[in-house]
Design a protein around this ligand. Structure first.
Ligand code: NAP
Length: 354
């Protein structure tokens, strides 16, 4: 049912009651929203946020729904962010840097490809990550040794009353797959556009072994690889290991990689010599969650509910058809329990659960 809602003298067309969300989340979970609208401009978004705020309704902003686990019903307003636009700053900063802004509703990978076509590098390792620009800062998306905190210059957001805020990178409290926006979930400002500091001079980031190996295997002179070539290899690596949500419903990595102390790591290595881990700041170690899940025998499981674990990557929970939020979360809980019993490590769910 479509309604037109009056608020602050503006009219908000397209506000719907009791909207089915199945096609708005890449896990394909059946769920409904008490209220739903799509915001194509910042003004529309501002009016919608004020409308929900006046009624005391919670707000769930979504982009492409690629990092979302939905329960059966959301009691407030779900707003799909459709803001579009890309812009290169006219007065560039000194040196090789360039500031490029994208609206929150731009598809992330289309934007990455566009920056490379313009001749600006910095996002190539983050190619093919599902979702849109506005979702990327929320969990500080990262891949192959790169994360957006390293190139994010500033962003614009609306608070829950619809007032514009401007945040610099240091205001966003970025950490490993984490940010202020993730920690404030439910009360977080809604990101409307993001500005990145990219470079006209390409310096490859090949710290991760699979990417470095792909470069060395494909190019005789790895040091002179181009940003476009790195993008192509990252896309190949991802396509080989991760399911395309268009063909098999999923929300990407389902668990974060746990970080443990040096002492805990030493005990784990003693008891489980094959464990995969990487040193991180503060004399701590990041454990490869996929290895822990696979070691507990979950890789490739497929339940009668339709919930499963992807056969090529144990970190990706999938919906083969028929799964709902409860069956996905129940499988996740069994994985967490098994990993905890065997390794004493608590896995945290990465997507937003609403
Ligand atoms: P992989 O190469 O099999 O590596 C497994 C894990 O080990 C990754 O999670 C990665 O941690 C870590 N790792 C590998 N080499 C490392 C190094 N040199 N230094 C520190 N940590 C290292 O990974 P994969 O599962 O195929 O994924 C490839 C990349 O895509 C990873 O960076 C992964 O995080 C990323 N990815 C991100 C998302 C997302 O943002 N939601 C979704 C899917 C995959 P990190 O996760 O810290 O990189």
């Amino acid at each position: 049912m479509t309604a037109v809602v009056a608020c602050h003298g503006d009219r908000v067309p397209g506000l719907r009651r009791d909207q089915d969300l199945t096609r708005f989340n890449t896990l394909g979970l059946p769920a409904r929203a008490a209220w739903f609208a799509q915001a194509y401009t910042q003004e529309q978004l501002s009016v919608l946020l004020a409308w929900a705020s006046e009624r005391g309704l919670p707000v769930l902003p979504i982009g492409e729904g690629s990092n979302l686990v939905l329960h059966s019903r959301y009691p407030g307003l779900v707003v799909r962010i459709r803001l579009r636009g890309r812009r290169v700053q006219a007065a560039p900063p000194a040196g090789d840097s360039v500031l490029v802004t994208a609206a929150a509703g731009e598809n992330w990978d289309d934007f990455v490809r566009w920056t490379l076509v313009q001749g600006y590098s910095g996002l190539e390792n983050l190619s093919l990550i599902p979702g849109c620009v506005g979702g990327a800062p929320v969990q500080n998306v990262g891949a192959y040794g790169m994360e957006i905190a390293r190139v994010l210059h500033q962003l614009t957001a609306l608070d829950l009353q619809g007032t514009e805020l401007r945040l610099q990178a240091e205001d966003c409290q970025f950490a490993y797959r984490d940010s202020l926006f993730k920690r404030l979930a439910g009360a977080s400002p809604v990101i409307t556009r993001v500005t990145f500091r990219l470079s006209r001079r390409f310096v490859p980031c090949l710290d991760y072994a699979p990417l470095r190996a792909a470069v060395e295997n494909n190019y005789a002179a790895p040091d002179s690889v181009s940003a476009h070539q790195v993008r192509a290899l990252v896309c190949d690596l991802r396509r080989n290991r991760l399911p395309d949500p268009a063909h098999l419903a999923n929300a990407g990595s389902f668990f974060g990689n746990p970080v443990v102390t040096a002492q805990e790591h030493a005990c784990l290595v003693r008891d489980h010599p094959g464990i995969v881990a990487f040193p991180v700041a503060g004399q701590r170690w990041k454990l490869a969650a996929a290895w822990l899940v696979e070691a507990c025998g979950f890789k490739g499981v497929r339940e009668s509910s339709g919930a499963g674990v992807y056969h090529r990557h144990a970190l990706v929970l999938v919906n083969h058809g028929g799964a709902n939020g409860e069956s996905i979360l129940s499988l996740a809980a069994r994985i967490q329990k098994a990993v905890h019993q065997r390794f004493g490590v608590q896995l945290q769910i990465e997507p937003r659960v609403s």
